[in-house]
Write a protein that binds this ligand. Structure first.
Ligand code: F6R
Length: 366
């Protein structure tokens, strides 16, 4: 049932082009210049009149929420707050009936996320769910929602759920941007066409697998790793670090690249691998100078770059290329090599990739 792959995680990483396509199928009608999502169409006024959108989630789904924060604010110009469900529910949050809460959950069973939804509903907020498991508790508890169509995710480490969550949230942001009139027709069209093309670019990103295996072999015995990114790729850095921690048991931290000089830079020496997302369209020159800072402290640099990049290639110890795309869609590509990297490192360290110690696929207790 692993479809010829050694582990579910690898199978699910490779399923992403299809999973993303399944998630936008019937919704993204690029040739008609249309996004069709009943859960949004029927509640458009709630979204357009919202004071703000509050996103609640845990773990990897929270990282998808962070990516969504950038997309919603950048494209649709709606203020967004992203909260850990476990913190949100216990801090007596200010919620009104002018708020829209979006809960993101692969399993749809996460106890803290479910509790956050109940709290928001009590306070009169409109609650929208982004779940993968059909008919799950969160899907039932929300006022409306949109499923990701990732298919069953068996590996405990979330992979295709993450990229399909981002896909759904991007569709929503684009729909709202269009409805608000903050997007020109041509810009809207450009986004639709590019999103439709993302599965092909994910497929291309997967072709770095052999190179990533070589890199994994170099760094598999590390005890610490840093992951850096800026803008849209800051949440990807967090997700890359989480993926490494949970399946390979190597300590890893994700940071916004510019925050490095406020502390973590003290950790950098010749034993510290630093994974940097340095794609052309996201504060590229700034990230390049961050890379120089790491290099001058002898840190090892493994960079995720845009195809054809030369500047970072000259500085880095290893580069992994992803195709060029619109800045807001880069997380869908830059995530892929980081998933593969943690997978290979975990396998090389003899870890139980699909069922890491101490973790459960669905966290139904707080
Ligand atoms: C990480 C991982 C967890 C989940 C988190 C939320 O790979 O799987 O961090 O993302 O437990 O789970 P869901 O999305 O089911 O609410």
């Amino acid at each position: 049932e692993k479809g010829g792959y050694d582990h579910f995680m690898l199978k699910e990483i490779y399923e992403q082009p299809r999973a993303i396509k399944d998630t936008y199928r019937g919704r993204l009608l690029a040739d008609q210049g249309l996004i069709r999502m009943a859960g949004i169409d029927l509640n458009m006024e709630k979204f357009l009149n919202a004071n703000r959108i509050i996103i609640v989630a845990c773990g990897t789904s929270w990282h998808a929420g962070l990516v969504a924060e950038y997309i919603f604010e950048d494209l649709a110009r709606i203020p967004v707050e992203v909260e850990y469900a476990s913190e949100f529910r216990y801090r007596n949050p200010v919620i009104t009936d002018k708020d829209v809460l979006i809960a993101i959950s692969q399993s749809g069973e996460t106890a803290d996320t479910l509790a956050a939804i109940k709290l928001a509903k009590e306070k009169g907020a409109f609650v929208f769910g982004v779940c993968n498991v059909v008919g799950s508790s969160i899907a039932r508890e929300t006022d409306a929602g949109a499923y990701t169509h990732a298919g069953p995710e068996i590996g405990v480490a979330s992979t295709k759920a993450f990229t399909t969550q981002i896909t759904v949230l991007t569709l929503i942001a684009l729909k709202l941007a269009k409805a608000k009139g903050v997007f020109s027709e041509s810009k809207y069209h450009e986004y639709l066409t590019e999103l439709e093309n993302i599965p092909n670019k994910v497929e291309k990103s997967l072709q770095s697998n052999a190179l990533i295996e070589i890199i994994a072999d170099v760094y598999k015995d590390s005890t610490n790793c840093l992951y850096l990114g800026r803008g849209y790729n800051f949440p990807v850095a967090l997700e890359g670090a989480l993926k490494l921690k949970e399946i390979s048991y190597i300590h890893a931290e994700g940071y916004p690249a510019a925050e490095m000089k406020h502390g973590p830079i003290a950790l950098i020496d010749e034993h510290m691998p630093v994974f940097v997302i340095a794609t052309k369209k996201g504060h590229y020159e700034k990230v390049v100078s961050n890379i120089q800072e790491i290099k001058s402290r002898k840190g090892k640099i493994i960079a995720i770059v845009t195809e054809g990049d030369e500047q970072v290639r000259d500085l880095a110890d290893h580069v992994i290329e992803v195709p060029e795309t619109l800045e807001s869609l880069t997380p869908l590509l830059t995530t892929i090599p980081l998933q593969l990297l943690s997978y290979h490192i975990a396998v090389m360290r003899g870890c139980n990739v699909d069922q890491p110690r101490n973790l459960a696929k669905s966290v139904t207790v707080e």
